[in-house]
Write a protein that binds this ligand. Structure first.
Ligand SMILES: Cc1cc2nc3c(=O)[nH]c(=O)nc-3n(C[C@H](O)[C@H](O)[C@H](O)COP(=O)(O)OP(=O)(O)OC[C@H]3O[C@@H](n4cnc5c(N)ncnc54)[C@H](O)[C@@H]3O)c2cc1C
Length: 257
């Protein structure tokens, strides 16, 4: 059996000239855990051209959602950005990844640190009741260069708090901190700077991150992953894996080529 299935695009939304989101049909046989990624792509010259993509919808949803960059000369995204509803798309059969609550030791608070399209797996996780069952508080920090790139602000700020099943948990326990580096905005600065300076804790009215109570998931640019990981490790946080749960887990939002 092939490792690739065919799906159809159901909607496309261009957020900026660098960013778009789209949804696809979901094969009933495709199972995944919220937070995982899957291989996704198009047939080019009769061959599949696939890249890793985080699934932005929760595991229980009927359609699959994705958030994508547009790399002008990128082999896949230079084509993918022209998708229209009804178009065919290729999906791998084996979602995988490390942004899974079970790879974390029990804790009180969960910090989700994302830059750019690294938000996608957390959009999936914050819609999953399991996350609210495991943690008393969930703090989603999303860093971007520009305000327009803060994708899904409205969904997180306005729609999720009224979600039929999750609304009460979201209102009581999800905190959302968008931050921007290159334009005026209510919160400015890189994620590692917000943590290290104490601004994040002060803003939230919470104590500084502590491995005894806090857990973290990281998904973003290589620079964000390196700086935030270094800060966490200096504070005594240990990375979790499929072999052994820890205080934090990491996924790349993209690979530098
Ligand atoms: C585990 C994992 C999950 C991923 N999830 C997503 C996702 O949900 N959404 C998404 O858009 N991409 C995601 N990516 C990146 C994706 O696999 C491709 O790299 C991206 O779609 C561009 O493909 P391309 O063929 O056009 O260009 P590529 O040749 O793959 O990339 C060209 C260059 O563009 C830059 N780049 C690629 N992707 C990004 C990005 N997302 N943000 C900023 N710069 C980037 C990098 O510098 C890269 O070297 C993920 C990558 C990994 C490893």
């Amino acid at each position: 059996m092939s490792n690739i299935t065919n799906a159809r695009v159901t909607a496309v939304d261009h957020l900026t000239d660098r960013l778009f989101s789209f949804t696809t049909t979901r094969d009933p046989g495709l199972r995944f855990h919220s937070g995982q990624f899957v291989m996704l792509g198009l047939e080019v010259d009769n061959r599949p051209l696939l890249r890793a993509y985080s699934i932005a919808s929760a595991a229980y949803e009927d359609e699959l959602a994705f958030l994508s960059i547009k790399v002008p000369d990128g082999p896949l995204t230079s084509r993918l950005q022209h998708l229209r509803p009804g178009d065919p798309i290729l999906l791998g059969r084996k979602p995988t990844g490390t942004l899974l609550p079970e790879l974390l030791l029990p804790g009180t608070r969960l910090y989700l640190f994302a830059t750019g399209t690294g938000l996608a797996p957390f959009l999936s996780l914050i819609k999953d009741p399991e996350l609210y069952a495991r943690f008393e508080q969930i703090i989603l920090v999303h860093g971007c260069r520009r305000v327009a790139e803060l994708a899904f602000q409205r969904m997180i700020d306005e729609e999720l708090p009224h979600h039929e099943l999750l609304g009460e948990d979201v209102r009581a326990r999800l905190r959302y901190v968008p931050t921007v580096t290159r334009e005026p905005f209510r919160t400015r600065g890189r994620i590692n700077e917000l943590i290290d300076s104490g601004r994040l804790s002060a803003m939230l009215g919470l104590p500084p991150l502590d491995p005894r109570t806090d857990r973290a998931m990281l998904c973003g640019s290589p620079a964000m992953l390196a700086t935030v990981r270094a800060g966490l490790e200096a504070d005594g946080f240990v990375e979790g894996s499929h072999a052994e749960p820890g205080h934090f887990v990491v996924e790349r939002a993209f690979a530098e080529r």
